[in-house]
Design a protein around this ligand. Structure first.
Ligand code: ACO
Length: 275
C-alpha cells in the first residue's frame, strides 16, 4: 500500500519530520487489528525512507490513543484464535520491536488521552513530549485485565517503580505534568506549544549526524539490560562500528574543528553536518 493511504493512520512529511498519526479520532484512536497492520507496513517503509529524518508519533483529534480497541481487538477475537494470533503478532511487532528499534530518532507527541496499550508505543519512542493537560491512565485494572502485551514491562523500565505500582493498581488517571515528574515523558508543555516544542526538538536532532544518533540510541537502549562487562564490550564494538558507519566523519571533523581550526566548542554545540 502506498504511503499516506492507510485506513487507520496518516503519514505526513514536512522538512525532514514524518508525522505518523493514529487516525481513528471518533474512537479516540484506540488500536484495532487493522491499525496494527497499517503500522507494521508504514514503519517498514519509513525505516528506510530517505525523507524521514525524525519520526513523530501522535494522534488526530483529542486523543493520542485510548489503548487497545476493546471491541475489535479483544471481544470480537475471543473465539477467533487464528485472527487473534495474527493481530497480536502485528501489535507486538509495530508497537515495540519496530518502534524501539527504528533507525532514526522517534518522538511521541502526546496530544490527549493515553491509556493502557498506548503506553507501549509511548515508551518505545526515544522521547515523549506531552500536553501538560493530557490524560494518562493504566486503566486495565478497571477492566479486570492486566497491563498486558508489554505494558507492565515497559512501564517499569521507563518510570518510577513506586508510581508504576500505584497507577497500575489504582487505575487513577494522571496529567502530563505528573507524567513528566514520574519519568514517563521527557517533558510536558502547554497544549498550544506542543507542536512547536516537538519541532524544536526534532530540529535540534537533525543537526547531528544520523549514524551517530542511531548508534547512540542503540547503545543506551541495549546497555540498560546488560551487565557492566557486557556493556563495556558492546560499547567498544559499537564505537568501532560507528567509525565506518558515520560517512560524515563527524569524529574526525569535530577534532579538526576544535583542535586545529578552533571553530567549534563541540562540548556546547553540534559539529556542523557534512554537506
Ligand atoms: N476500545 C473501544 N472503543 C473505545 C475505546 C477503547 N479503548 N476508547 C474509546 N472508544 C470508543 C467509545 O466506545 C465510543 O464509541 P461510540 O461512539 O461507538 O460509542 C468512542 O470511542 C468515543 O468514546 P467516548 O467514551 O464517547 O469519548 P469521551 O471523549 O467521552 O471519552 C475516553 C474518552 C476517556 C478515552 C473514554 O472513551 C474511555 O475511557 N475509553 C477507554 C480507555 C481505556 O481504558 N483504554 C484502555 C483499554 S485496556 C488496554 O489498552 C489493554
Amino acid at each position: 500500500m502506498a504511503l499516506g493511504t492507510y485506513e487507520t493512520i496518516l503519514v505526513e512529511k514536512e522538512n525532514g519530520i514524518t508525522w505518523l498519526k493514529f487516525n481513528r479520532p471518533e474512537k479516540r484512536n484506540c488500536m484495532s487489528p487493522q491499525l496494527c497492520y497499517d503500522m507494521v507496513d508504514a514503519l517498514t517503509e519509513l525505516a528506510t525512507d530517505d525523507e524521514t529524518q525524525i519520526l513523530v508519533l501522535t494522534g488526530e483529534g483529542e486523543a493520542f490513543t485510548a489503548g487497545m480497541d476493546l471491541r475489535l481487538f479483544f471481544r470480537d477475537l475471543d473465539d477467533k484464535p487464528v485472527e487473534r494470533a495474527r493481530a497480536r503478532a502485528a501489535d507486538r511487532s509495530w508497537n515495540w520491536y519496530q518502534l524501539s528499534k527504528f533507525p532514526k530518532p522517534t518522538i511521541a507527541m502526546v496530544n490527549g488521552y493515553c491509556f493502557g496499550g498506548g503506553f507501549i508505543p509511548l515508551c518505545a519512542c526515544d522521547f515523549a513530549i506531552a500536553d501538560e493537560d493530557a490524560t494518562f491512565g493504566l486503566s486495565e485494572v478497571n477492566w479486570g485485565i492486566l497491563p498486558g502485551g508489554l505494558v507492565s514491562k515497559v512501564v517499569t523500565m521507563t518510570m518510577n517503580y513506586r508510581k508504576s505500582m500505584y497507577y497500575a493498581m489504582t487505575g487513577d488517571p494522571f496529567d502530563g505534568k505528573t507524567a513528566e515528574e514520574i519519568g514517563l515523558v521527557t517533558y510536558s508543555v502547554p497544549g498550544d506549544k506542543l507542536r512547536e516544542e516537538t519541532i524544536k526538538l526534532a530540529e535540534n536532532l537533525m543537526k547531528k549526524a544520523p549514524a551517530v544518533l542511531q548508534m547512540t540510541k542503540e547503545t543506551i537502549r541495549n546497555c540498560a539490560t546488560m551487565s557492566v562487562d557486557e556493556s563495556y564490550e558492546y560499547i567498544m564494538a559499537k564505537q568501532e562500528q560507528l567509525r565506518w558507519r558515520d560517512t560524515e566523519n563527524t569524529r574526525e571533523r569535530g577534532m579538526q574543528d576544535f583542535l586545529d581550526d578552533k571553530k567549534y566548542r563541540p562540548g556546547l554545540t553540534a559539529v556542523e553536518r557534512a554537506k
